[in-house]
Structure formats: structure tokens, C-alpha cells
Design a binder for this molecule. Structure first.
Ligand code: LRH
Ligand code: MN
Ligand code: MN
Length: 424
């Protein structure tokens, strides 16, 4: 299903005057508006293929109607999102949840929608049908060489598929760890994981990166072999210049200072990218910005500061991806909300008066430092985000347009009610 130009135009025409009034108000008080709008236009967020259907919990799954039934339809959904908000120009695949039978066809389809392939994700946390070895006691850390070999080969196969699609990164998240004290020799598990990762690293093409994603807990609850940014950074440093840490916002113990982690990883040139989401407790995979929008802003504040200090390109030097799982919302609506929250946090971070903040820090003026940050956070920059979208050819209010046109109903007509998308 395609969004027609006349549908977009009618929507934008209707909202244009109101938008202009809000925009000029912001412009009056935000001196660097034009620069911010340009940066917002260049900024694209990768949509996870596994978040296009309703996920579930171990207590149940309530599948939504009109979910994508295959990879082609997932690409179609991301294409629709991108047509609406012009900020979702990439898709991140999960193998084997996504089956890429004909990569050149899939690549062409994505190109038609203006999409590129963000990092590929491997899966050695579940056993697949017909698989010889089981991952019950881990994959890259496993005590049995045959299991490690199978997991290594899977990752190399994912790289191969990614190359065919034009992706340039592999994200490895391992469920490896232990559930009970005494189950695992931590040092040996680390060493075996490192040896396995080295073999995967050796298979990376020259311009590729590997992202090592950490997570504090689940499904192993006593220890996780890549349990925090320290362990991930150890692996990344030992592997070499193509290896980086990936920060999933939901993978920390409660109250972790994620913005500080981000700042130090940038300093070490080892920050690879993000899985954006939000949480009240842990790996809740909720809509970005839905619980702790101030934290999201503070993370972007460190990103802008740290990337600018290193002369990095905001749009292309890190992997910006969402990792979400929706249980009760329409997945496309939820993803639109996440993208919007990320763009707002980015815009606000760009508007921080950096010189004044540096001075306040230098002079230990704690009150002034807080005022500067909260001035940016409490300024409503949504008109700038909307303007960036509008200039890029998107909708002033993507969510309202999605609802006004009853696009989910259209998808249900095409795909049916009883659809189950692959993923979480
Ligand atoms: C693990 C995780 C990881 C997986 C995804 C499905 O909790 O965050 O990124 O690949 O969820
Ligand atoms: Mn993740
Ligand atoms: Mn997760």
C-alpha cells in the first residue's frame, strides 16, 4: 500500500497555517533554527523488522490484524512509515525471523521505498527447527565446541546475507550466561565467547562494523556473559577497530546513568549505536520517550556534545535503531511515536546553549547548568521536527494522517485479520 501525494498534500494544506504560526514562534526564540532543521532532515532511524507486529509476553500474545506476513510486507510497512515521517529510512533485520530468499529482489524493493538496511541481527538465543545443536546452555560461550561452531557459522551466514542487502553492520546480542551460582566459570565463559567472536570478526568485510550488545539480565538471571558496557567494551577492545558497543536503553539495572555510559564510550571511540526504547523496570521495550523523556534528552545531550567534540557526523557515524515490542498498541502508530520522541530529544539537545553550559560547568555553577539543560528540555521544539518532515516531503502530523486515512483498515483489507508477524 502506498501513500498518495494528493493525500499528503491535502493533509499538509489543512494544517499549514497553524503550523506556520507555531514555527515562527519557535524561530523567534531559537536562533539556530535553520541548522537544527537541516540536521533533523538528515537524521534517519532504523526500524526493527520484529517490531512491525504485536509481540507478547510469556503470559500471552494478542496479535494485531493486518500485520506483515513476510519480509516484503515488513518493508512495505517501513516504507509507509518513512513516507509519513521521512525519518524512518532504514530497516534492521533479524535472522532467521526474516527469511531473505532473494536478496536482490528484497534490496530493490527497499530501494523503491527509499530504505537502506541498518545492522543485521543474528539469533543464537533460540533453537530453530531442524537445528543440530541446542543453545540451552549458551551459544558462543558454550562448553561444547560443536555448539560454538554452529553459532559462529550462523553469524557468518548473517554477515553474508547482510552483504547481499548492502548492510554494513552486524549486531550480536547473546543470551549467554547462567541462571545459578556455580553453573559457569565466568572467566572460561568469557574466553570462549571471545574466541568465538574473533572468528566472526575475521569474517567481517573491510567496511563492516560489529556491534556487541550488552544486557544485564534475562533470560539468564544470575549472570550474563555480556552483561554490561564494561564487558561489551572489553570484547570490543580485544576484537579490534571494527568492534563497538551497542547501547539498548532497556538493558541496564535500574537507575543506571546511561548518559554517562554514552559519554565515556564516545570518548573511547567505541560507541557503535543504539536500540532506542523506554522502560519502567527493565527490558520493557516500550515506546521511546514514553516513560523517561528527560533521560532520552540527556542521552542526546551527551551524544551531540561528544560527537561534535570528535567531529563526528550525527547522521551516519552511529547506528540509530529502535528496538521495541508492542503488546497493546498498533505497531505502526507506536513506531511513529518512538521516532517522534527521538527526533524531539535530538532537536532539544541541538538547541542546548553549549558555551554557556561549559562556562557553568567550569565555574561549578550547578544551578545555572540545570537551568540551561531544562530550558532546552522544556522548550516545545515539535514545530521544528514537523518542519523538517514537511520539507523532506512527509506529513506535518503523521499519526493523524495514518488515522484519518484509516491505513490500518487498508492493511487489514490487503492482509486479513488473522495475521502473525515473526519476531518477539
Ligand atoms: C534482547 C534484544 C536484542 C534482540 C532483540 C529482539 O533483549 O534487545 O536486541 O536482538 O531484543
Ligand atoms: Mn536490543
Ligand atoms: Mn532487549
Amino acid at each position: 500500500m502506498q501513500l498518495e501525494k494528493h493525500q499528503l498534500d491535502r493533509h499538509n494544506d489543512k494544517l499549514f497555517n497553524g503550523h506556520q504560526r507555531k514555527l515562527s514562534f519557535v524561530q523567534e526564540f531559537t536562533p539556530e533554527c535553520e541548522a537544527i532543521i537541516k540536521k533533523l532532515m538528515a537524521f534517519q532511524i532504523g526500524i526493527p523488522s520484529w517490531a512491525l507486529g504485536n509481540g507478547g509476553t510469556r503470559f500471552g500474545r494478542f496479535s494485531g490484524a493486518g500485520e506483515p506476513r513476510n519480509l516484503e510486507e515488513k518493508i512495505e510497512d517501513v516504507g509507509l512509515l518513512h513516507a509519513l515521517n521521512r525519518s524512518s529510512g532504514a530497516i534492521s533485520l533479524h535472522i532467521p525471523w526474516d527469511s531473505v530468499a532473494d536478496p536482490s529482489n528484497i534490496r530493490n524493493l527497499a530501494t523503491q521505498y527509499g530504505l537502506r538496511f541498518d545492522a543485521m541481527n543474528s539469533n543464537t538465543f533460540q533453537d530453530q527447527k531442524g537445528q543440530e545443536q541446542s543453545y540451552k546452555f549458551g551459544s558462543l560461550q558454550h562448553t561444547d565446541k560443536a555448539v560454538r561452531k554452529q553459532a559462529i557459522e550462523h553469524n557468518i551466514e548473517v554477515i553474508r546475507q547482510g552483504v547481499a542487502l548492502g548492510s554494513e553492520a552486524l549486531t550480536i546480542w547473546l543470551a549467554d550466561g547462567s541462571c545459578f551460582p556455580g553453573q559457569l566459570n565466568f572467566r572460561n565463559a568469557f574466553q570462549r565467547t571471545l574466541e568465538s567472536l574473533k572468528e566472526i570478526y575475521a569474517a567481517l568485510p573491510a567496511h563492516w562494523k560489529v556491534f556487541i550488545e550488552y544486557k544485564a539480565f534475562e533470560p539468564n538471571f544470575y549472570s550474563t556473559t555480556v552483561g554490561d558496557w564494561g564487558q561489551s567494551l572489553l570484547f570490543a577492545n580485544k576484537l579490534g577497530p571494527k568492534a563497538f558497543t551497542l547501547v539498548d536503553l532497556g538493558h541496564h539495572l535500574p537507575n543506571a546513568n546511561i548518559e554517562q555510559i554514552v559519554s565515556l564510550l564516545l570518548m573511547e571511540e567505541k560507541l557503535g549505536g543504539f536500540h532506542f526504547n523506554d522502560s519502567k523496570y527493565g527490558d520493557d521495550d516500550l515506546t521511546a520517550g514514553s516513560i523517561k523523556p528527560y533521560q532520552l534528552f540527556l542521552i542526546f545531550n551527551e551524544l551531540v556534545e561528544g560527537m561534535d567534540a570528535r567531529g563526528m557526523d550525527h547522521a551516519s557515524d552511529l547506528g540509530w535503531m529502535i528496538d521495541a515490542s508492542h503488546n497493546i498498541k498498533d505497531p505502526l502508530e507506536d513506531l511513529m511515536q518512538s521516532v517522534e520522541a527521538i527526533m524531539i530529544a535530538y532537536a532539544q539537545a541541538l538547541s542546548v546553549d553549549r558555551k554557556a553550559l561549559q562556562l557553568a560547568q567550569q565555574e561549578n555553577d550547578v544551578v545555572r547548568a540545570q537551568e540551561i539543560l531544562q530550558q532546552a528540555f522544556r522548550t516545545d521544539l515539535r514545530p521544528l521536527v514537523a518542519e523538517a518532515r514537511f520539507r523532506a516531503g512527509g506529513a506535518l502530523e503523521p499519526l493523524s494522517l495514518f488515522r484519518d486515512l484509516e491505513l490500518r483498515k487498508e492493511l487489514i483489507k490487503e492482509r486479513g485479520r488473522e495475521t502473525v508477524s515473526t519476531g518477539l
